[in-house]
Design a protein around this ligand. Structure first.
Ligand code: IVH
Length: 699
């Protein structure tokens, strides 16, 4: 029976590919469905031959999936982008200056959500979202339902283990159908196909995903085992193995050919059945890619040319004013519904009073609406020829639409703010909603509406109140029962172990986003240290400039905020960064100074690496220093002193080699060159004596 089942699976996989990938079906839908039913029947009867990659899994399951966060083996980077042909030509000039004439692969830039697929022995074993580039969500069960993702590969030379990356997107036809269904059901509509694709991928019920009609195109092979010398060749291989590779990609031998490609698709994209927002241009040769390398964020061998946003003309009916959690006022335009880039637009952001005045936008005007990369479209201009003769300049509000307090402006800030932080309802509720977010304290069970309910019932006035809630208080509220009340309390309890960096982010300090919070936590290590830091000390942390530093100081100088902080501390929320587990003691007892700028790591990353390997990072060069990691633009005085003292100097790569004898997750993260399938890790295991003091060469 096992054989029979396997045969059916092979047959279904083959015809799935013929239908969805090759667009050349060989059998009728009826026959396909018949065989699928037969397989499902046999699988139900013989569960011992179960296989997660069976084509029957394409229909998904009603079981709730939890998304595990998993680390990427190779970081998922983004791309540098430009809207200008001149800048694109500067890219070509730079590339050709550095590596000579090369071939470029031009591809469409699919507007969806990035995915990384892992195949082992030709079978799909893992599908992970981009996440923050270092780790993402494991969405394998959902991705299996996408018909254009092969579950099993075919071909003699399939690499035993590799990753392939691409975009999961929602074709317009699926998007329109989905939104029509949602409208019928009275559910909120998706703003655009990109959001719909990302939202669908995070659905907990894979049967729902299967129904939504996602598609997937692959555009990058990653890993050591890729049997190709170039990007172009690797994608041809991938196509042979059964992946859906865009047939719109093209190899170009000159800048002029790239220009042609862009010109063609800038127009032709309008008739594509799926959303695109530009063209991606990649140097094809892996060797050249390797020579070009990476900046700290993006490859230097690829660039995205973005198409200019599409425009529509429509009438401005009215303006609403929204109050955010920081008190910032955002004017929102209500428009006569208009079609734009495949979606209906009814609202647009106006940013602030200055922008309204500058564009002289008036009620009743015909305005231009644009949709760029952002989800919310924006108004970019007024068609003056259609202005009504009796129209009057727009008068901006002077008082908060929610609490009536007079609005203020802060220096250097374009927005108006409602300063009534502690009593303006949307600010209070907004702060609490921010606090419970998944990326912050991750208090599930508590949604936006429940927060409003709790606020309305007078149970929660600030984030610290959450920790004093009791099941009995919640259970009596409308729409909550004993069970959900218990869940909420449990998840509040669990939030006490959320790491310090996320606590810092959860506080909602203006300008302190997720990444800044991580840097602050890594740099200072505790709430007390952050709270007592001076502006000068704050800006020593990665990514913290004066604006952010001032905002932090202001936040902690505020008495009500300090009270909340103390109550959170008393409740047992994490105020200390966790002690990190050492990766090795290769640098035990060694002192290391970092100087200059680096291509592959930030200075904080290097500091962390030093500490993770047992070393100490010192600020100044002295006789106690063992190594100096020397980057670009290192100060001449430091260099001279280090030379005089005979301190070993390491380039960034040599430092990596020094610690590479022990695999470290953090080091891997930073090994961005590993994204290149052709590259080998810097040095697998470098004996320390390999690291020579180098001087002249670096500078
Ligand atoms: S290559 C290191 N190729 O655009 C290079 N990306 O703005 C990684 N995207 O995160 C990306 N179409 O989600 C590449 N043909 C294409 C693409 C593409 C869409 C997305 C991708 C990436 C983002 C960068």
């Amino acid at each position: 029976m096992k054989q029979k089942i396997e045969e059916l699976r092979r047959w279904l996989n083959y015809h799935n590919r013929k239908y969805y990938i090759d667009n050349a079906p060989e059998v009728s839908d009826y026959e396909f469905d018949q065989r699928m039913h037969e397989l499902q029947r046999l699988e139900a009867e013989y569960p011992e031959f179960d296989d997660p990659n069976s084509p029957s899994r394409r229909v998904g399951s009603d079981l709730t999936t939890e998304f595990r966060t998993v680390e990427h083996r190779y970081p998922m980077l983004s791309l540098g982008n430009t809207y200008s042909i001149e800048e694109l030509h500067e890219f070509f000039e730079r590339v050709e200056r550095e590596v000579g004439a090369v071939d470029y692969v031009c591809e469409l830039k699919f507007d969806g959500t990035a995915i990384s697929l892992t195949y082992e022995q030709g079978r799909l074993t893992r599908a992970v979202t981009r996440g923050d580039g270092r780790s993402g969500d494991d969405v394998t069960a959902n991705v299996r339902t996408i018909r254009t993702v092969p579950l099993e590969l075919t071909g003699e030379d399939v690499a035993p283990l590799f990753e392939i990356r691409g975009e999961i997107f929602m074709p317009y036809s699926s998007f329109d159908r989905l939104n029509a269904e949602r409208e019928q059901a009275g559910e909120q509509l998706f703003a655009n196909p990109r959001n719909a694709a990302a939202g669908t991928l995070k659905q907990q019920n894979s049967a729902v995903v299967a129904h939504r009609g996602l598609d997937c195109t692959l555009y990058q092979m990653v890993g050591e085992g890729v049997p190709a010398q170039s990007h172009w060749e690797s994608l041809q291989k991938a196509r042979e193995w059964g992946f859906k590779i865009s047939d719109k990609m093209q190899i170009c031998h000159s800048a002029a050919e790239v220009d042609e490609y862009i010109k063609y698709w800038d127009e032709a994209r309008h008739s594509l059945p799926f959303p695109t927002d530009g063209v991606v241009i990649k140097v094809s040769s892996y060797e050249a890619q390797q020579q070009l390398g990476f900046t700290s964020k993006v490859p230097r061998w690829a660039v995205a040319y973005k198409f200019k946003a599409e425009q529509a003309l429509t009438r401005l009916e009215s303006v609403d004013f929204q109050v955010g959690r920081t008190g910032a006022i955002t004017p929102v335009a209500n428009l006569s519904p208009v079609q734009l880039a495949g979606t209906t637009v009814k609202r647009a952001t106006l940013h602030n009073a200055e922008q309204i005045a500058q564009l002289d936008i008036r009620l009743g005007d015909m305005v231009y609406v644009e949709k760029g990369g952002e989800i919310i479209p924006k108004i970019t201009g007024v068609e003056l020829s259609e202005r009504k003769p009796d129209s009057l300049p727009f008068e901006y509000i002077t008082h908060c639409p929610e609490c009536g307090t007079e609005l203020t402006r802060y220096e250097g800030e374009a927005k108006h703010y409602c300063p009534n932080q502690s009593h303006c309802p949307p600010q209070i509720v907004g702060r609490i909603i921010h606090f419970i977010r998944r990326k912050a304290m991750d208090i599930d069970g508590l949604g936006d509406e429940t927060v409003e309910l709790l606020y309305g019932a007078g149970l929660v006035r600030d984030v610290a109140d959450l920790y004093e809630l009791k099941i009995s208080q919640l259970a009596v509220l409308p729409r909550l029962g004993e069970k959900s009340a218990e869940n909420i309390i449990n998840s509040i309890e669990r939030s006490k172990s959320v790491p310090f960096a996320r606590v810092l982010f959860a506080l909602g300090i203006r300008f302190v986003g997720e990444t800044t919070a991580k840097y602050l936590a890594a740099h200072f290590g505790s709430m007390d240290a952050v709270m007592s830091a001076t502006i000068e000390q704050l800006i020593e942390a990665e990514e913290v400039g004066e604006k952010i530093a001032r905002s932090i100081i202001e936040f902690f100088a505020d008495d009500p905020n300090r009270t909340i902080i103390e109550r959170l501390r008393a409740a047992g929320v994490q105020f200390e960064a966790e002690e990190r587990e050492l990766h090795s003691d290769l640098l035990a007892g060694k002192s290391v100074v970092i100087s200059g700028k680096f291509r592959r790591h930030s200075r904080d990353e290097l500091k962390e690496l030093i500490e993770l390997h047992g070393g100490k990072n010192l600020a100044a060069v002295s006789a106690n220093v063992d190594y100096l990691i020397a980057g670009e633009n290192m100060g001449p005085a430091k260099l001279q002193k280090a030379t005089k003292l005979g301190i070993k100097m390491l380039s960034e790569e040599e430092f990596e080699a020094l610690i590479a004898s022990v695999p470290s997750p953090t080091a891997q993260l930073a090994h961005e060159t590993k994204c290149d399938p052709e590259s080998t890790p810097a040095v697998e295991s470098a004996p320390a004596q390999l690291v020579m003091p180098i001087q002249g060469e670096l500078f």
